[in-house]
Design a protein around this ligand. Structure first.
Ligand code: MV4
Length: 505
């Protein structure tokens, strides 16, 4: 494999900036691609060169293999790093890169094919002796076939899309009479999410833990694991807080899951950074769920406890490099990551794009803020509203929680609404502090977490009420009708956002 000199990062936001940082440290030239909505985006400014690859919609820009490869050709980039999301797990994009003679920094297309179709992945894992969640390894031809199988393994069951993971098109079915409706909705959701309406069944595991193992393989047959990440703090199948080590893993479980994850990666000829996801049930049995054939959003927590720059390893392996460490790495300390979103928990987490008037990000000992935004930037409403990831390291879990709370206290974003207060409430919650939480935690604690007062918002709400009362009194004095009653009580006004904040379109 040829030596890489210039990397095109086919992504946007925090991950594009993060990948470029490692490229710069390795003396590699960097190329950004951006859509018309991202003209002022940080990643476009950060790179040595930047190319517009199309209009705002992802399908016409970040998901356009043709436009991305045209930018690679025009810039003379000899490698493409896909980040996560977009084309990062798209086997036909890998084949297009191979054909264009551009190194794809990631696994071969064959490994993506083996793991991308979830029933095939499960069949491959069963063959490799990897324990999978009890269920089928082929899609059903009809609802009747699904019904017969569900009655055989017993309700509740989980109907899932064979075309892709992440919870899209997933439906829990508790009773036989619910199956037909679930069958229809799951298939239509799967079709719109993956262009494939095939569905299969698994036995439903009640409020499992979601624990994943980082694996890394080179092109010389070496494959190791870099321990686990606990990802059970999820809302609507979206990870919110991740940590390593997992509070529920024993050393024996860690060794067993690591060995199984390496077996899974080797079984599909994996190369590069990958993540094997497991569900862990209440009896602490673990089952293969799916494999993500990309670098994950939450990779920084693994970097903190191992001291490894995973993107540097990706670039090293993409040029035929041998894995630098072949014996298992002994991670040290504890790391936690939180995802900071431009969304408003008070309005059911509606995205809150808009102009960032003021931004003060946390800093200090053993803290990292992977951000895709800056003061003065306008967060577009076209893409995922995650604006940054905050991660910390400390010798113990308790110290890591304390450090993260200190960091979140420092984090000031004005002009848009974020989930920072919600994140603080999670870290301060007794169940989280005890390390006793599963995938049902955030929904069980939902009201408590939203209710946690954020002093800043309280002050703004009080100010809003005073201003409104003053305005009413003025209107009355002038014998004018009171302000529009509806507007005065609409949801967003009490959030204080109307005080120079962003107006909802
Ligand atoms: C499951 C499950 C329980 N039983 N499958 C979530 C998305 C994808 N990663 C698979 N997921 C799950 N699959 C069976 N058979 C529980 C999850 C799950 C989850 C489900 C609902 C809400 C949040 C969740 C977080 C992690 C895992």
């Amino acid at each position: 494999m040829a030596r890489i000199r210039k990397v095109l990062v086919a992504n946007r936001g925090e991950i594009a900036v993060r990948v470029m940082r490692t490229c710069k440290e390795l003396w590699l030239k960097t190329v950004a691609v951006y859509s018309e909505a991202d003209r002022t985006a940080l990643h476009a400014r950060f790179a040595d060169e930047a190319y517009c690859i199309g209009p705002a919609p992802s399908r016409q820009s970040y998901l356009s293999a043709e436009n991305i490869l045209a930018a690679a050709k025009q810039s003379g980039a000899d490698a493409i790093h896909p980040g996560y999301g977009f084309l990062s797990e798209n086997a036909s994009f890998v084949r297009a890169c191979d054909k264009a003679g551009v190194t794809f920094v990631g696994p071969p297309a064959s490994a993506m094919d083996a793991m991308g179709e979830k029933t095939r992945a499960r069949a491959n894992m069963q063959k490799a002796g990897v324990p999978v969640v009890p269920g089928t390894t082929a899609p059903f031809a009809s609802a009747d076939e699904a019904r017969a199988y569900a009655k055989q393994i017993g309700f509740p069951v989980m109907l899932k899309a064979a075309g892709g993971g992440g919870g899209k098109g997933m439906r829990r079915i508790d009773r036989e009479e619910d199956l037909d409706a679930a069958w229809r909705t799951a298939r239509s959701e799967a079709m719109s999410a993956f262009g494939n309406d095939a569905v299969y069944l698994e036995k439903f595991l009640d409020q499992p833990h979601h624990v994943e193992i980082q694996v890394f393989a080179d092109t010389h047959g070496n494959c190791i694991h870099l321990n686990e990440r606990e990802c059970s703090a999820q809302r609507r199948n979206q990870k919110v807080v991740e940590e390593t080590p997992s509070p529920i893993l024993t050393p024996q479980m860690r060794a067993a899951m690591g060995e199984v994850a390496v077996k899974a990666a080797k079984a599909v000829g994996y190369v590069g950074a990958g993540t094997v996801e497991f569900l862990v049930d209440s009896a602490r049995n673990f089952y293969f769920l799916e494999m993500n054939t990309r670098l994950q959003v939450e990779h920084p927590v693994t970097e903190w406890v191992t001291g490894i720059d995973l993107v540097a390893w990706q670039l090293h392996v993409a040029q035929g490099g041998v894995l630098p460490f072949l014996e298992p790495i002994k991670p040290r300390g504890h790391s936690i990551e939180v995802r900071v979103y431009a969304e408003d928990p008070a309005t059911n987490f509606m995205p809150s794009p808009g102009h960032i008037v003021e931004l003060r990000t946390p800093s200090g000992p053993f803290l990292r803020d992977d951000s895709g935004v800056y003061a003065g930037y306008t967060v577009p409403n076209t893409y995922d509203p995650m604006i940054s990831k905050l991660s910390v390291w400390a010798p113990t879990r308790a110290e890591a929680i304390r450090r993260m709370l200190r960091a979140l206290d420092e984090y000031v974003v004005k002009g848009i609404t974020t989930n920072i207060a919600y994140l603080k409430a999670i870290l301060a919650h007794p169940d989280f502090q005890r390390g006793d939480y599963d995938t049902g935690f955030l929904s069980r604690a939902h009201q408590q977490l939203l209710g946690a007062e954020d002093p800043q918002r309280t002050r703004l709400a009080l100010l809003a009420a005073v201003l409104r009362a003053h305005h009413r009194a003025e209107q009355k004095a002038k014998h004018l009708p009171p302000p529009n009653a509806a507007a005065a009580t609409s949801g967003w006004r009490t959030s204080g956002r109307h005080l120079g904040g962003w107006k909802r379109s």
